[in-house]
Write a protein that binds this ligand. Sequence first.
Ligand code: IMP
Length: 179
Amino acid sequence: MHPDVQEILYSKAEIDNRVADLGKTLSRDYDGLNPLCICILKGAIIFTADLIRQMDIPLQLDAIAVSSYGDSTSSSGIVRILKDLETAVENRHVLVIEDIVDTGLTLHYLTDLLNRRNPASLKVVSLLDKPSRRKVQIKPDYLGFSIPDHFVVGYGFDYAQKYRNLPYIGILKKAVYSS
Ligand code: IMP
């Protein structure tokens, strides 16, 4: 285990099992709809790569990069688009692939933005959810795991751009971000 990690929350095997389940459910729900899957960069890269390989239906992939201002472990709700989509959303069945819903401010902004582009449908799959931190009422349509209020790293999750490549999801030691 990485020395900055206090505890492993989900092992690689636990994540793989849950992602396979989500892939099965999504394959069933989106059968025949050729969904436009939108990866939210960079955090959702690894989840997206694993999830779409568990979906055995035709689909399309695009990515959007957003940055939210705030201190390093919490979001301010002010979202800026760093890289927009290349694909038109109008009349498409859009599936937003997010890493985590924390305050919900990022997802609220993004779903608003995408809804204004008139998709046929718009749903969100998030690997993690921290419902106790919510500032706006928003809920992912599909969810991997609901977790308590911990700052997590690994499997795409970063702190100051570090730890994304850890194969598990771990709780970051408080000393790392409070010093
Ligand atoms: P929200 O706008 O507060 O819902 O925050 C969303 C973004 O904050 C996520 O997409 C993550 O990039 C980041 N974030 C929130 N909680 C964590 C965490 O525990 N670890 C790493 N990143 C996090």
